[in-house]
Design a protein around this ligand. Structure first.
Ligand code: ADP
Ligand code: ADP
Ligand code: MG
Length: 538
């Protein structure tokens, strides 16, 4: 079956073998009487990075809280002592760990999921925060590895999301612990930063530490982990940790939607990445030829070369943070006036900004039905967009009460429901889990193909870029100072250009076709760099 193939694929009926059921044993924690329940826990291994992969709302953060000793699990009853936890895990690899935890004999540190909350509890300069954290005396190295030197004298309140993330990660790594937990370390980071962070985290394991990482960017998770756990179940109701698996096999099983050891199918279709080295969107009609555009903010200047967009294509916009991607998209959306050049066209544009606000009084249904009530009823939009993004489940919710991931999905749906010629989506995968990222990618592709519309998508997740793009637009320059946008180009040329700037090579997994980052200095990495093929080698 190929329910989520990028290119035209025949419909195949799929028999669902064994959808996950709530387990009878192994319940570790339940919130409230009929609340969410977590089953089993991940392993901890000295000298290894254990990766955790799974949907939002399946208990990943809860597991981190338990293992880091922040919370004694109630064992789905009224338990409040570590003794009973130790008893339950007798014979399990975690028994000894919990014994040490009970005795207060575990040195551990957690990089929390929500770095946005840090400025509320920590004040002062970055330098002082990092100095206090630096129990290992490695601050100078970390500052260099994570490129923090420019922000050391900044106040924590003034940091952007990506800066906060890197400071939080540096502070965690600088602590002298035996167990390190990183809850979603790649949020707000560009690809280069994600891989730098991945390397810094891997180094901990190489030094013999036990590391656990929750991560939604599959390329990063793949690069980071020695083994992985997949969490499956029903978001908000229950979550089950799978057995530990080898990273490659585990991620492939995830894409397959089937866990052989557990005999559980958790998704009725498999996910495949196209192995076509080039797509041919330029075969379509021209949508628009846009002119050279310049935006000068004084301290930052963006020059975008003119280019052509075709009907029915998806073009990804890639490049580091602070290079002008959002600025470019805003000029096309008519939100920012160019300093040079003019966007003079008759095109209807639908725009999803990077930073979305929930400033709407009313329910999700009211918001979306104002945009296009008929489409909410149409089978086409239900199948291609609304159901895959889980929007109907949110209809009765107040827009103001949505979580980051829920709001993101509603904003994407709102953007794609509008009648337009050009769809602009700035970082649609922020706050989304892997499953949702793939659903969004698939919806964008199908709608553009079938409606013969055009989309520009700013994105950092390499698997998503690979999955949705016909062509890509590369932004180069010096972040925060100047940026240059190249015209859209073919995937091979564009990815080579982009990845050469980043200094990483990718290969394809033979079974699923997914891109995998090569380890720096590996045979493949050196060979590919030599011939200048950073991305597509068969
Ligand atoms: P994940 O990290 O996989 O997104 P979490 O562990 O944060 O999942 O949450 C799993 C489920 O437990 C969610 O449905 C969440 O709403 C619920 N939950 C988390 N914390 C609490 C809490 N303190 N009280 C009640 N429910 C909670
Ligand atoms: P990206 O989307 O690639 O991360 P942006 O387009 O958001 O980059 O920003 C590029 C640069 O322009 C950043 O240094 C940012 O601080 C600066 N910038 C963005 N908007 C403004 C503005 N309204 N005034 C001054 N500088 C701005
Ligand atoms: Mg941006």
């Amino acid at each position: 079956g190929c329910g989520i193939c990028v290119h035209k694929c025949p419909f195949k009926a799929i028999t669902i073998v064994n959808l996950p059921e709530e387990l009878k044993e192994g319940c570790v924690h339940r919130y409230g009487v009929n609340g969410f329940a977590l089953y089993r826990l991940p392993v901890l291994k000295e000298g290894m990075v254990v990766g955790i992969l799974g949907p939002n709302g399946t208990g990943k953060t809860t597991a981190v809280k338990i293992l880091s000793g922040e919370m004694i699990p109630n064992l789905c009853g009224s338990n409040d002592s570590w003794e009973n936890v130790i008893r339950m895990f007798r014979g399990n690899e975690l028994q000894n760990y919990f014994e040490r935890l009970k005795e207060g004999n575990v040195k551990k540190v957690v990089k929390p999921q929500y770095v946005d909350l840090i400025p509320k509890v920590v004040k002062g300069k970055v330098r002082d925060l990092l100095k206090r954290a630096d129990e290992r005396g490695i601050l100078d190295k970390l500052v260099e590895e994570l490129e923090l030197s420019n922000i050391l004298d900044r106040e924590i309140q003034h940091l952007s999301g990506g800066e906060l993330q890197r400071v939080a990660i540096a502070a965690a790594i600088a602590r002298d612990a035996d167990f390190y937990f990183f809850d979603e370390p790649s949020s707000y980071l560009d690809i280069r930063q994600r891989l730098k962070v991945a390397k810094a985290i891997r180094k901990l394991a190489e030094e013999g530490k036990s590391v656990v990482v929750v991560e939604h960017d599959l390329a990063v998770l793949d690069y980071l982990s020695d083994i992985i756990h997949i969490v499956y179940g029903k978001p908000g109701a229950y979550g089950i940790f799978s057995m530990p698996k080898g990273t490659r096999v585990g991620i492939n099983a995830f894409l397959e939607g089937y866990l052989p050891e557990e005999n559980v199918r958790f998704r009725p279709y498999q996910i495949r990445f196209t192995k076509l080295s080039e797509r041919h969107s330029q075969a379509g009609d021209v949508l628009v030829e846009y002119p050279r555009l310049v935006k000068d903010y004084g301290s930052f200047r963006l020059e975008a070369e003119g280019g052509t967009l075709y009907r029915g294509e998806v073009v990804s916009i890639v490049g580091p943070n602070g290079i002008g991607k959002t600025t470019f998209v805003k000029m096309l959306a008519g939100v920012e006036e160019p300093t040079e050049g003019k966007v003079e066209w008759e095109l209807r544009v639908s725009y999803k900004p990077q930073y979305i606000k929930a400033d709407y009084e009313g329910t999700v249904y009211e918001l979306l039905s104002k945009i296009d009530a008929a489409k909410l009823m149409s089978n086409f939009y239900k199948t291609e967009l609304l159901n895959p993004l889980g929007i109907p489940d949110l209809y009765d919710r107040a827009v103001n009460d949505l979580s980051g991931g829920e709001l993101q999905r509603v904003a994407i749906a709102a953007c794609l429901l509008r009648d337009a010629d050009l769809y602009l989506l700035d970082e649609p995968s922020a706050y989304l889990d892997v499953e949702q990222r793939l659903a969004v990618s698939r919806a964008i592709r199908h709608l553009m193909e079938k409606n013969e519309k055009t989309a520009l998508v700013v994105e950092h997740d390499v698997l998503m870029i690979d999955y949705i793009s016909d062509r890509i637009m590369v932004f180069e320059g010096e972040p925060g100072k100047y940026g240059r946008a190249l015209p859209p180009m073919g995937m091979r040329e564009g990815m080579n250009r982009f990845l050469a700037n980043v200094g990483i090579t990718f290969r394809r997994d033979p079974d699923t076709g997914r891109p995998r980052a090569n380890k720096e200095g590996s045979v493949k990495d050196r060979e590919q760099k030599e011939i200048g093929e950073y991305y597509y080698v068969s």
